[in-house]
Design a protein around this ligand. Structure first.
Ligand code: NDP
Length: 460
């Protein structure tokens, strides 16, 4: 039986709540209509319960919730005007909720306000089964992530802190776990003995799309590599867990991240950064990034980042793992590519081959391709690549709803643990430092062009 839960959303009239959180809840409630859930909104705007209820109803419906579910939540919700930096009002709101079971506080607030809200909560009395949901970014560098961890530690135990990374809710990432740990054939080749390199890429045709307020401060490295791609990497490289549980998975992922170093321990050769200039993507004209509304050239923000790392342990030492994400590229490619080592010896008499065998796991569309070397149909002594393709299982829920389902169940399996969040910053802090010191030049690429051909991992 699911524990009766009150979900208190701080920042209830913000963008995340409207566009992702409430629609995500809508889909989840449509699947699990009987979840004992009460949704409460709080924000500093003088919105009133009726206005919030209307917004809630629209967003739940947008996520696919049917009329009966929408009406139930519209009628049971409430809204509180609250400045989260004010301890008295915050305490009164929490006490007034009268929660006797589970309280989930969702910080859909700007990151700096989230930190101040946590400071305020230190002086409030929280119900025993209180969970905190922290959005990304969790801190802005290693030191700030550490101090935020210390702060939330004073509020609840770490198994009640859900640091959201919706990539971990993507079915494909969950599929990687099944693929790796339920297939003897894959399990046998999943190490440096048989794998030459790994690429985890999230290259998008989408450009800035009016998000300068957030993106121009973050850039591709912090927006994508620091959080999502390192998390995906930890799932691809972690040691086999003995069971699928929050404790086991998070221990295994954290160990992989702790063993991760920049390739050659040198941010200057292990990383690349670039920014798009004006171009065309399909029939869309895209302006130079620096001319986009809200962009400050002084911030020198990159729109494509590539980082090559090595997981320095017995399984992976020597295998370059390249993480890359870019905006405004000519082709959207979101995938994990595992490239297998060449054969040690090819029998004389066999000719050709189109390069090494590869396993490609699509991160949407969720398709898996295995590229294997076979004979050509015409000549049995000439080799070519054949591709086996399969669709991977799609979850009926989107990534946000999957994450929300776990949070409402009090399950931390697909959220980021505090030490893992710090490890990700440890890795990217070195990159940011090198970039700020000018050790890595800012390159440019024309919007709509492919990833530059020379962006290969810096090996050696
Ligand atoms: P918004 O600025 O749209 O919303 C934040 C809300 O918090 C606003 O309604 C704001 O009110 C309110 N707020 C600010 N200060 C206080 C305060 N002292 N007390 C109470 N409420 C306050 O931000 P987003 O919704 O875009 O982002 C929220 C979080 O989600 C951030 O951490 C962001 O990084 C993360 N996130 C957002 C995504 C998105 O697509 N939007 C995607 C992934 C993560 P006011 O308007 O009056 O300032």
């Amino acid at each position: 039986m699911t524990t009766p839960t009150t979900l208190l959303i701080l920042g209830a009239s913000g963008d995340l709540t409207r566009r992702l959180l409430l629609p995500g809840l809508g889909s989840l409630l449509e699947r699990d209509p009987d979840r004992p859930l009460r949704i409460v909104g709080a924000d500093r705007a003088p919105l009133g319960t009726d206005a919030f209820a209307a917004q809630l109803a629209a967003s739940l419906a947008e996520g696919g919730a049917g009329d009966e579910i929408v009406d139930r939540h519209r009628l049971s919700t409430s809204y509180h005007q609250l400045d989260v930096t004010d301890p008295e009002t915050f305490s009164a709101v929490i006490d007034g909720l009268g929660v006797t079971d589970r309280l989930i506080i969702y910080f859909a607030l700007p990151p700096s306000v989230t930190e101040r809200a946590c400071q305020t909560l230190v002086s409030c009395r929280l119900p025993e089964d209180t969970h905190l949901v922290m959005e990304k970014p969790f801190g802005y560098d290693l030191a700030s992530a550490r101090s935020l961890n210390e702060l939330v530690d004073r509020l609840v135990s770490d198994d009640r802190v859900h640091r959201v990374d919706h990539f971990l809710g993507k079915s494909t990432v969950l599929n990687v776990i099944a693929l790796r740990f339920a297939n003897r054939m894959i399990q046998k080749v999943w190490s440096a003995d048989d794998i030459e390199s790994i690429e985890i890429a999230y290259d998008e045709e989408l450009a800035l799309e009016g998000r300068a307020g957030y993106y121009d401060h973050a850039g591709a490295l912090v927006d994508m590599v620091q959080s999502h791609l390192l998390q995906v990497m930890s799932v691809v490289t972690m040691e086999p867990p003995s069971q699928i549980s929050g404790r086991e998975l998070r221990d295994a992922k954290a160990a992989a991240l702790r063993a991760t170093r920049l390739w050659g321990d040198d941010p200057a050769t292990a990383t690349r950064r670039a920014r798009y200039t004006a171009g065309t993507i399909g029939d869309r004209s895209v302006p130079n990034y620096l001319d986009e509304q809200g962009v400050d050239p002084e911030r020198d923000t990159e729109t494509m980042a590539q980082v090559t790392v090595e997981v320095v342990n017995q399984r992976w030492a020597g295998v370059p793992i390249t993480l890359r994400s870019g905006k405004a590229l000519g082709k959207t490619r979101k995938h994990i590519v595992v490239t297998f080592a060449e054969m040690r010896h090819l029998p004389e008499g066999l000719i050709g081959g189109d390069g090494p065998d590869r396993l490609v796991i699509g991160l949407s569309p969720d398709v898996m391709e295995l590229h294997l070397t076979t004979n050509t149909t015409k000549d049995p002594f000439t080799l070519e690549q054949s591709t086996l393709v399969t669709d991977l299982r799609h979850s009926e829920l989107n990534a946000y709803s999957e994450v929300l389902a776990a949070i409402l169940d009090g399950e931390t399996m697909i959220s980021v643990r505090g030490d893992a969040a710090e490890e990700c910053w440890r890795i990217t802090d070195q990159v940011l430092e090198a970039w700020q010191s000018g050790a890595v030049p800012m390159e440019d690429y024309v919007a709509g062009s492919p990833v530059p051909a020379d962006w290969k991992p810096a090996l050696g």
